[in-house]
Structure formats: C-alpha cells, structure tokens
Ligand binder design. Sequence first.
Ligand SMILES: [Zn+2]
Length: 370
Amino acid sequence: MQFKDIIGQQAIKNHLINTARESRVSHAQLFLGPEGSGNLPLALAYAQYINCEQPSATDSCGECSSCRKYAKLVHPDLHFSYPFFSSSSSDTAVLFIEKWRKAFLSNPYLGLDAWRNELDAGNKQANINVAECHQIIQKLSLKAFEAPYKVLIMWLPEYLDKNGNTLLKLIEEPPEKTLFLLVAQNQDKLLNTIISRTQLVKVNAIDKQSLASYLVEEKHLMADKATQVAYISDGNLQRAIDLIAEGTNDYFYLFRDWLRACYNSKVLSVIDISESKLASLGRENQKSFLIYAINLMREVVLHKESAGQLVHVTEEELDFVSKFSATLNLDQLVASISLFERASYYIERNANPKILFLDVSLQLILLLNR
Ligand SMILES: [Zn+2]
C-alpha cells in the first residue's frame, strides 16, 4: 500500500511522511477515524514507507524487496491483529490470515460488516481474545527478521475489551524498533489506559470532492452521480461501494419535491410523499436519504454564509441550494438539519417509518413557514 493509492487525506499523509523523515517515529500510534475513511490503508502505507529501502519525499518506492512484500501483506516483520470469531479460547488471529489478506487486498477500506461476511460468521460475537494478546507479546519480543521496524497493525482495538490491559506494558515500552499501530473507529469504546499510551493520528472522513473524483475515475460513475454518492455516503468509501452495488436512488428529486411541498404547505402531497415514497424506501435507504438531506441543507447554510462560495454540488442541486438559501433564514436551516438528524437517530432505532416521516413532514411544514 502506497500513499498514492489512498483517496484524499493529503494533510495526514504529509504529516506522517514528515515525522518519518525527521525520525520522529512514535512507537505506539492510534489511527482514529470513521469507517471507510482509510485509516487502515494509511497505517499500512506509513509502515511500508518507514521500511522502504528507497523512499522518496512523497511515497515509498513500491519496488524494493520490502515494498513488494508489503504490497502482498507477506512481509515477515509485518503482523496483523483484528477481531475474529473463535471456536476455542486458544484460537488466534493468524488462523484467519489468508482471509484477512484477501479481504484487505480486495478492499483496503473494508468495514466490520464486510469482514464478518468474509468470515461467514453468522451472529457470533467478534473479539480480540487473550490468546491473541499473548501471541502479540510473543511475536513482538522476537528480533526483526529483515526490516528496520517490526510492525504490528491492530484493526479495531475496540474489540479487545478488557484483554487490552494485557498489552499495556508492551504499548508503553515496546521492544526496540517496534511499531504498534492501532486502527480504531470509536474512541468511546477504547480503554482509556490504551488511549493515554498512544500518540493520536486523527483521520477524518474522506473529503467529498476527492471521493467523488475517485468514483468517477475508478468506478466509472458519471460526475453528477459520483457527487451524489460521495454526499450520501458521507465520505465513507465502504458505504459508497455498497451504495453503488445497491444502485442508488435518486434522492435529489425526492428531497426537492418533499421540501417544496412542505414549504408550500401542500398537505396532501406531503402525506403522499411521506407515506408512499419515503416510508417505503427501506431502512438503509432511509438512512442514506436523511444523510443526503443533512448534507444538502448544510450546503444551503454554506451558500448563505459565504455568498455562493465553497459549495460543491451538481448544477441542479446548486439551483435548489441558491433558491432555498435566499428563502430561508439561518435558524430555519439549522432547525431543519437537526430535525433530519433526529429522524436519522430514530430510524436507526427502528422507529415506524410511516409515523416518523409523517411527523417529520408536519414539523417541517411548521418550521419552513414560521
Ligand atoms: Zn520501497
């Protein structure tokens, strides 16, 4: 994995490269970022860069013996740990290494659901067990075979639970030339004792423009469609890939018609749209629709505040954005965004979509006409 293969994230790439070039490599680092942001491939590209025999100022060479082994995830000084489903308490992650390599190489942005599918795990609980922690301690106590740095990349340390305490000493005082890279999504689920012992590398969701260009170049989407998918997926490449596979619905027209009907207080159309269209989308699509709505309304706010600059939307959306930013005041916009956020929260908690969307619509009518 080279930095050039990672979508967007230029500031973090520069930061990681600079610290490596200035030999300020911290031994335990936490790559914290949402699913689909690329925190996992970033950690790997960083490890590859540090071990590359001929790194340039911007990337690893991709050709030396170390880089070639890294590219296939077979370097003897590169170790992975990840949640898995153990059938016995002595099972460790290495049992699943072939599946892991295959899953990562086919999609370095994979999320836990994709990994679960790969493992074919049914409803079993994934975790990183005590046996795995002991295995890690043992692996890292050995000298590096050939690389400058021995590296352990742990994906989703959230699943360590209390077992993580076993690793504290190792994280605090790792053997020389050992790099411990934790790749996490949810800070709240991490042990504080681990957080306090690692250096934080904060990774944001992929910026929507970089994601849209990637979707055009690599997934051959039309520009408008790519922009829309980048929005709906909220900068999560895994979600974007899922959306493309599902065949995304055209949320723009639906949203525009719904908002217009609410704005014009056309109660019958509003009821029709919420009952026959929104309520029947299916839960995943309803979530996507609301994320899209939130993002588009944020664009309206941006448009209003910056008088048209900084807005990255399709032509039709821009038309919508400029009309609504002229019509609505900031309070109305902010209130409608939080209304959609609340709706998204309830959808995730299995609210009845018919009742929910009708309720949201009625609140929206009041809000847009006050
Ligand atoms: Zn190299």
